[in-house]
Design a protein. Structure first.
Length: 138
């Protein structure tokens, strides 16, 4: 996986501008986590969105259980998080590492976008499809 790191354009924009997007993602995630901290998604009667795929088909999508998983992780219930969504739990460290790199490069004044080889994209897609099928038949 080759990375694309480019210096920020020197058109008079502030050097920190490439960091705005990852920092906004951080702020949105923190706001969502703050709400989720006091809202148990295992119980009904909250303002958390439902999975549109599940609403339409009645089946679990690859990310179904992600909200419950994050809630359980924040409250130290690691076994429950594993049961909520194993694939997403295993993928989370990679997503956090990508976000971290994006943030660091942005703070250095550079834009960054990961380049994922086509075979890796296909592998990710096939894994998501296999996970969806597996969790709906078991």
């Amino acid at each position: 996986m080759a990375d694309a790191v480019r210096p920020a354009p020197s058109d008079g924009r502030p050097r920190w501008q490439p960091a705005v997007a990852p920092l906004v993602v951080l702020a949105a995630g923190a706001a969502g986590a703050a709400y989720l901290w006091g809202t148990d998604p295992h119980e009904p009667g909250h303002l958390l969105p439902q999975c549109p795929f599940r609403v339409v088909t009645g089946l679990l999508c690859p990310a179904c259980g992600g909200t419950r998983m994050v809630y359980d992780l924040m409250h130290g219930h690691f076994a429950a998080a594993w049961l909520d969504n194993r694939a997403l739990l295993l993928a989370a460290p990679f997503a956090l590492a990508l976000w971290g790199r994006w943030t660091v490069e942005g703070l250095r004044g550079r834009t960054w976008a990961p380049r994922i080889a086509p075979w890796a994209q296909a592998l990710i897609l096939l894994t998501a499809v296999a996970w969806t099928v597996l969790r709906n038949i078991v």
